[in-house]
Design a protein around this ligand. Structure first.
Ligand SMILES: Cc1cc2nc3c(=O)[nH]c(=O)nc-3n(C[C@H](O)[C@H](O)[C@H](O)COP(=O)(O)OP(=O)(O)OC[C@H]3O[C@@H](n4cnc5c(N)ncnc54)[C@H](O)[C@@H]3O)c2cc1C
Length: 436
């Protein structure tokens, strides 16, 4: 059986990333292009975002000949990522965290504050990492620093070949996957890992459908400096249009994810910096004092989406190619890193055991291993988000009751915290600090 999928629309991006790694240096000479035309690898990873880079580093670090089709350029990204403890452990195990440490702020306390003006309002809930014996739930880091650390680690691995090119076509058959690049080169491998985000060529080539919906919400992202200390505390204000979440950065700085309806997002986006800063200070009830905006703003329409299968036909999906969830409770990339850790663990075991690294056994196993973790978190985040938007009293009551019980009942609160940081459904070995 043979399936192919190609990309005809041009993606719009800014900023150029030049990656010259363990493989032959890139050059424009005809000879080099010829030499690059037909490449073979044990695994080809498509997409050089944080999840694709992590997968490529994990595989190459374990001695698997890996090709990473990283894309030609990367969009400017002012976001930060709250990496939970398991993700930090995995990045540490892969030799990436050392370079992140200085740019990351610990998250020791998380507060949820009901800032709606509704009839039923929940009490404030405060989670402390020390309650479950941790120094911190995780660390918050700007995506640009995380990506720089991943790039640097990738550059150091001789078994990783990074191609700063776009995949334009992915073909699968019974024995291998072939990824065709814009430069004319092609890479064949027994397995492709699709890490290209929402518009996944790999997913389409494997005929995997994704189901989901858009929310009537847009996330605006800012980085701020402020006059008061954040005390390593992240604060999530729940409002009628979505969460407004302040997350600590090193020093007197924080990131903000401000979720609202698209019309208000458009209006706020046009405010000059000083007016926007005043608006943020007002909405955050001045808990961080005077706010100053740092350069750079992001706008992200929100959606939820899950692939019907996470692997099929020699293609395994990781990160947003497999699932998209709104930025509530810092789950998206943490889930993606667990995808990467899981597929890499399976591939390394298959390769060492002499079995087919892209075979249907491996694909089925990967799908089974990721299903519960992804489904349960997607559902929890979706229900919480919809309960904020809904004017339906019983739904608001249920949300208020849930938060009230968490606030009142210590063992329940601790169980929720542990599950948030160390999910029962998925603990791949990298997240436990074991090398592959
Ligand atoms: C506002 C906001 C805040 C968030 N905060 C958090 C948080 O605090 N914690 C958390 O865990 N998650 C968070 N997330 C979620 C997180 O950002 C995503 O889960 C994460 O970016 C997904 O990474 P990825 O590598 O799967 O995909 P992407 O980041 O989308 O990377 C895909 C890469 O593939 C490349 N690509 C695409 N097509 C091709 C092609 N044809 N050929 C080659 N390359 C290609 C792209 O250029 C890109 O580099 C947040 C999301 C939003 C919107």
């Amino acid at each position: 059986m043979r399936a192919r999928f190609s990309l005809s629309t041009k993606r719009h991006r800014v900023g150029i990333v030049v990656l010259e790694f363990g493989y032959p240096k890139r050059s424009n000479s005809k000879n080099d292009t010829k030499r690059m035309e037909n490449l073979a690898a044990e695994v080809v990873v498509v997409g050089g975002g944080p999840v694709g880079l992590t997968a490529a580093i994990a595989l190459a670090g374990a001695g698997i000949e890996t090709a990473l089709v990283a894309g030609k350029s990367r969009e400017g990204d002012n976001r930060t990522t709250a990496l939970l403890a398991g993700s930090v452990t995995a990045l540490d195990t892969l030799g990436v965290w050392e370079q992140c440490r200085v740019n990351a702020a610990p998250l020791r306390i998380m507060r949820i504050i009901d800032d709606t003006s509704r009839l039923i309002r929940a009490p404030e809930v405060r989670f402390a990492a020390s309650e479950i014996g941790l120094d911190a739930f995780g660390h918050n880091i700007e995506n640009c620093h995380l990506m720089a650390a991943l790039d640097a680690r990738a550059r150091a691995l001789p078994t990783l070949r990074v191609l700063a090119d776009d995949a334009i076509m992915v073909e699968t058959n019974d024995n291998r996957v072939t990824v065709r690049l814009q430069s004319g080169a092609a890479i064949a491998a027994p397995l492709a890992i699709g890490a290209e985000g929402r518009q996944s060529l790999c997913r389409a080539a494997a005929s995997i459908e994704a189901e989901g919906s858009r929310y009537p919400q847009t996330a605006l992202t800012f980085n701020l400096s402020h006059s008061r200390q954040h005390d390593d505390t992240s604060t999530e204000f729940h409002t009628e249009t979505g969460p407004f979440t302040l997350v600590p950065l090193p020093g007197r700085r924080s990131s903000l994810v401000f979720v609202t309806n698209p019309a208000e997002a458009r209006q706020l986006s046009s405010l000059p910096d000083d007016e926007m800063a005043a608006e943020i200070e007002r909405r955050s009830h001045s808990i961080l004092g005077k706010i100053t905006l740092e350069p750079g703003r992001g706008v992200f329409p929100l959606a939820v989406e899950t692939a019907r299968a996470f692997a099929a036909r020699r293609v395994a999906l990781v990160g947003e190619a497999a699932h998209v969830i709104p930025p509530i409770g810092a789950q998206g990339l943490n889930l993606g890193l667990r995808d990467a850790a899981t597929i890499c663990e399976l591939v390394v075991a298959a390769q060492r055991g002499g079995s087919d690294v892209g075979g249907s056994d491996l694909c089925e196993r990967y799908d089974r291993m990721r299903r519960a973790d992804v489904t349960s978190r997607t559902l929890a985040v979706d229900v919480l988000n919809r309960s904020l938007l809904s004017g339906f009293l019983p739904l608001q009551g249920a949300r208020g009751l849930g938060l009230f019980l968490m606030e009142q009942i210590g063992p329940l609160r601790r169980a929720v915290m542990r599950e948030g940081v160390v999910p029962m459904a998925s603990q791949p070995s990298l997240m436990r600090g074991e090398t592959l």
